[in-house]
Design a protein around this ligand. Structure first.
Ligand code: MG
Length: 391
């Protein structure tokens, strides 16, 4: 069975049926930013290089719903949970053990959608010297006891922490701790179970964004956070095509009168190709050749504006906007200056941008190299995008 053994597994616990957040559906199935909370959590775990696979624990009768939400995302296993959180985790651990076990496991609540990569890094690093590690935050507010609406004794907050998930463990140890736990007692998290089994649990820094979504206002806050959190991405593109007789010269989406034109599989518009690669680069979605293979006959002689429109659509599909495109055309001839504004207008039109977000520049290479010898034209582009920070 060691063939199936994953080094580091995430156990995503989504068995709750609680609806404290209001509404009839369990909170892990509600959406934030158009995506179910459990899917945010699964995507964050899957995106971490140190996590090899995800195992899910879900409630009775939830499998079809969960599968539909997760689509074609890779899930190593799905286990039905129990009445208590502890029972659900135990069921998941036993299922993983039956499938070959793991070296390390990160046990995570599906109701915590925003998991920073850095928290996982800290947990995994701590596991190198311990059997368990948990993310915690210091308590900032004053704490008091109270009863019947009246304040009682204050509670010293020194040394108090709020505990988050994922909680990271050496798999065999947390499994043994769960098996050895007194069934008559409850535990609100797995670190208590490991501690009860006689092992130290290391505290690492958690993250404010990792808060559990429980109440209606938590969802409203998460929506606002997603709407406002943007990240800037910069991509670069570079392309070269050969100049040949009996070809039209398409450059920057404009037909430029010249004695020769660019040769290539499509219309060989190097300028638009460089911008397409800059946009795809900013998205980390490959390059123009991976989306429009030159081996595919349908792109023969194709007008490159459709490639650029496609790249613009990919940005939109990721919830992004294009802040700026800066293009440099490198050639000895023709002169670009007279066509600059037509190119800017055309590129802005294809990408549905205001023209002041499109820059077209040109340079020669002082007659040096292939561009200087008028054998070909090169183009470089830089694209600056704004993307949702947690897309
Ligand atoms: Mg090209």
């Amino acid at each position: 069975m060691t063939d199936n053994r994953h080094r580091t597994l995430a156990l995503l616990v989504a068995a709750g049926t609680g609806s404290r957040a209001g509404g009839d559906i369990p909170k892990q199935f509600r959406t934030v930013g158009g995506k179910a909370v459990i899917v945010h959590a699964a995507d964050a775990l899957a995106a971490h290089q140190g996590i090899d696979a995800i195992h899910l624990v879900i409630g009775a009768g939830q499998e079809a719903q969960v599968r539909a939400l997760l689509g074609d995302r890779a899930i190593a296993g799905v286990t039905q949970g129990a009445d208590s959180r502890r029972g659900s985790v135990r069921a998941g651990l036993e299922a993983i053990a039956a499938a070959g076990g793991a070296d390390r496991v990160l046990i995570h609540d599906a109701a915590r959608p925003f998991l920073p990569c850095a928290v996982v890094n800290r947990l995994l690093a701590a596991l190198d010297g311990a059997q368990g590690a948990i993310p915690v935050l210091p308590v900032a507010d004053t704490l008091v006891r109270g009863a019947d609406g009246a304040m009682g004794q204050g509670v010293a907050r020194d040394g108090l922490f709020r505990v988050q998930t994922p909680q990271a463990f050496c798999f065999d140890t947390i499994l043994a701790a769960h098996r050895g736990w007194d069934e008559g007692r409850e535990a609100t998290d797995d670190a208590q179970i490991l501690k009860g089994w006689g092992h130290d649990v290391i505290l690492v820094a958690g993250d404010e964004g990792l808060e559990k979504l429980t109440y209606h206002q938590d969802f409203a806050r998460a929506e606002a956070r997603l709407a406002s959190a943007r990240t800037v991405r910069v991509g670069m593109g570079y392309d070269v095509h050969r100049l040949a007789p009996d070809e039209e010269l398409w450059l920057g989406g404009v037909l430029v009168p010249h004695d020769r034109g660019l040769a290539g599989h499509s219309d060989a518009d190097v300028a638009l190709h460089a911008i397409v690669d800059a946009l795809l680069g900013a998205l980390a979605e490959g390059d123009i050749g991976s989306h429009f293979p030159p081996s595919d006959a349908q792109w023969r002689g194709a007008s490159s504006d459709r490639f650029l429109a496609y790249a613009g659509d990919r940005v939109a599909a990721r919830g992004g906007t294009i802040d700026h495109v800066d293009l440099t055309i490198i050639c000895e001839a023709p002169k670009i200056g007279p066509h600059r504004d037509a190119m800017r207008t055309r590129i802005a039109e294809i990408l549905s941008l205001p023209i002041d977000r499109v820059s077209v520049k040109a340079t020669t290479t002082e007659r040096l190299g292939f561009a200087g010898r008028r054998e070909g034209i090169a183009a470089q582009a830089v694209a600056t995008l704004s993307l949702p920070a947690l897309s």
